[in-house]
Ligand binder design. Structure first.
Ligand SMILES: [Zn+2]
Length: 679
């Protein structure tokens, strides 16, 4: 629910003064590595910097956890690649044997892909990828390094190690998918994540059907912080991730740094929240997790903020277990004014929404919207990052205490700078469309995210007695929820209210977003899939569903037109007002599905419009995209915080911008490797 996973590729021109900072550092496979700036850090006071530093260390201390959560062999794979890195670099540098240089380069790319994805499965498609170098080359390198540097299990020989690790790395059919969402299959058994052991989907579902009390108005987030295992006696047990439980060595470090952070908190509310987070990590008690979230929501006055915990459940096909992540930030005071102007009007937006009256919230509670400047990200939030966050996820806490909605301003800025140019020229139909995107695209993209997070997710209510969407809409819940939030944003982007509020100069901004959304949903996002694949990721499903539904339903009025020009396909919007009306209708329908818990409605909508790919269009997009030579996914090198100490006290903190992705990953591997190879 929280994250707009990636921006909808709105290309805009970079302002000239920002071009001195190198945003794009390198590109390999389907990935680009970018950097972001942290404007305003120097102006923070020393206490705030000290607090940020402790939160930064806490964030990175948990990095190993995401590897192990994603797949039980990931830490071993990563450590193997770290151990081989130097020897492989030497082979890349020696030019005498070109075949060997080629092999070395291929392993080099593989290592960087593993770092980028926090494991052997693609961060987005969750499919396993394998190195293009030979097994022989890999084995030769392994045998060539000091065996003490290899992640051997107790008593394991190098040969045994090779026999075990080679298929894990090289066999694409072994544990082929991290998160399998394909209808009709056992989603637990066919997903390679490390959230369940020896269990079938049915056993898990039965376990929670018995455990969850549907009448509880304030349910804990069942399963959020544990692995579920069937032990040798056939008993199903939860293994919580906590101090003294699973991942204890890493969590103990997190707790240490959070404790130091609590000592220098800016406000009593922030101190209380951090103390509760420490208590939660120490006890594993999900009731305390709820207490923490309530305290966190009420901490609104602090400039510095942090997300640290097991947060999003996208990694679990059943949506119970959450991935470790951390985002450390401080408020961007200037940009927050824009998002606040929208948040302050939440009730107006709710009242004027095209959804049915009985699905409207009478009182939209406590929306805290802000733009933040990111300082560091870790776990599931890095190197690939969300651009917006809306937490907490527990519905009842959001209802009773509100939520915090943030946009990661400096990350969005970096994306905008990195994506200037090519895509827009290739896929936009007319000069008018291109001009509009250049002038308003950046603002349009930011506003879309603002409204998606601030009023989109907050809008609407469930009918009495209807369970959460996780229970009712099951595997379609995320795509419907993201679609609903997008539709709220799209509907209001063409509303005069935004001009009145002073957040847009005119409705050209809305048109720019409509152009971009249709372009992306019907064409450009397909560049992320290989031929023959269907759409699986929730955000991609929702974007295609929304765009395709509007295209199909508007066909008789030619609202969105498919045009051919010079042998290329384009989608041109002929009538923005009618398109807005269609978005309104679909918003009403997705809200109805949500409010009623209409599983079949959700299934039909997503399966009809969100999943299938037109192979001809897909092929064309891939061909046109390939010519541009832009990798479709981006992630970030993190800034480095260096404390300045005097007499054992942190008196200042320096912020540096490393520029080499691999070096940062190796540095993290040395500094933050707290977990054993097998957990
Ligand atoms: Zn969202």
């Amino acid at each position: 629910m929280a994250a707009a996973a990636t921006p909808a590729a709105t290309p805009v021109a970079a302002p000239a003064d920002e071009q001195s900072f190198k945003v794009v550092t390198e590109q390999f496979a389907d990935l680009r590595v970018l950097r972001y700036q942290v404007p305003g850090f120097e102006q923070l006071d020393p206490k705030q910097k000290e607090l940020l530093y402790y939160l930064y260390e806490a964030a990175l201390a948990g990095r190993d956890i995401i590897y192990d959560q994603n797949y039980r062999h990931n830490l071993r794979v990563r450590r193997t690649l770290e151990a081989l890195w130097e020897a492989n670099q030497q082979r890349m540098a020696s030019s005498s044997n070109t075949q060997q240089v080629d092999q070395a380069q291929k392993l080099n790319v593989y290592a960087k892909r593993v770092w980028f994805s926090n494991g052997v499965h693609h961060h987005y498609s969750t499919r396993k990828f394998v190195p293009e170098c030979s097994r022989e080359y890999f084995a030769e390198l392994v045998r060539g390094v000091d065996s003490k540097s290899l992640p051997l299990l107790p008593g394991e020989s190098v040969d045994q190690f090779l026999a075990a690790i080679t298929p894990v790395i090289f066999d694409p059919t072994l544990d082929a998918k991290r998160v399998n969402q394909e209808a009709g299959q056992d989603l637990v058994k066919t997903s390679a994540n490390n959230f369940y052991q020896n269990l079938t989907q049915k056993e898990v579902e039965d376990y929670y059907a018995k455990k969850i009390n549907k009448k509880d108005l304030r349910p804990i987030s069942y399963g959020l912080n544990s692995r579920l295992v069937k032990d040798k006696s056939g008993k199903i047990v939860e293994q919580p991730w906590k101090v003294g439980g699973l991942y204890s060595p890493a969590i103990t470090q997190i707790v240490y740094w959070l404790g130091k952070a609590a000592d220098v908190a800016e406000t009593p509310e922030q101190k209380l929240a951090l103390q509760k987070l420490v208590k939660y990590y120490s006890s594993g008690d999900l009731k305390v997790w709820d207490d923490y979230n309530i305290a966190w929501v009420h901490d609104t006055k602090s400039r510095v903020d942090v997300v640290n915990g097991f947060i999003e459940v996208y990694g679990d096909p059943l949506g119970y277990r959450a991935s470790y992540e951390s985002v450390v930030s401080f408020k961007d005071l200037e940009a927050t004014k824009r998002i606040k102007a929208i948040g302050d009007q939440a009730q107006w937006f709710e009242n004027n929404s095209p959804i049915k009256p009985e699905h409207k919230k009478k009182n939209v509670v406590g929306i805290t919207a802000k733009v933040i400047t990111t300082v560091v990200e870790s776990g599931d939030a890095a190197p690939a990052t969300p651009i917006g966050i809306n937490l907490p996820n527990a519905t009842w806490i959001r209802k009773e205490h509100g939520s915090k909605s943030v946009q990661l301003g400096n990350i969005v800025e970096a994306y905008d700078q990195a994506s200037a140019g090519g895509m827009l020229d290739e896929f936009a139909y007319s000069d008018e469309e291109k001009q509009r995107a250049k002038q308003y695209g950046s603002l349009a993209g930011k506003l879309h995210t603002d409204m998606h997070e601030v009023i989109g997710h907050a809008s609407g209510q469930l009918n009495p007695g209807v369970g959460t969407t996780k229970e009712t809409l099951k595997s379609y819940a995320s795509a419907i929820e993201e679609g609903r939030a997008d539709l709220v944003a799209l509907y209001y982007l063409m509303d005069h209210k935004l001009i009145q509020l002073g957040v847009v100069p005119n409705l050209e901004v809305g048109k720019a977003e409509y152009d971009s959304y249709i372009r992306n949903g019907l064409m450009t996002q397909l560049s992320r899939l290989t031929l023959g694949e269907t759409v699986e990721e929730a955000h991609m499903r929702n974007r295609q569903m929304v765009a395709k539904w509007a295209y199909e339903k508007g066909r008789k009025d030619n609202v969105v037109e498919k045009v051919q020009k010079d042998g290329k396909t384009y989608f041109r919007i002929n009538d923005y007002d009618k398109l807005r009306n269609l978005f309104g209708q679909l918003l009403r329908e997705t809200q109805r599905i949500t409010s009623e818990g209409d599983y079949n409605g959700a299934k039909t909508l997503i399966e009809t419009y969100g999943v299938k790919v037109d192979p001809a269009i897909h092929k064309e997009v891939l061909q046109r995209y390939q010519k541009l030579n832009i990798a479709p996914y981006a992630g970030f090198i993190q800034p480095r915080l260096v404390p300045v100490e005097r007499e054992g006290k942190v008196v200042d903190v320096k912020l540096e911008y490393p520029s080499d992705f691999a070096q940062q990953m190796l540095e993290y591997g040395r500094k933050y490797s707290f977990l054993p190879n097998a957990n």
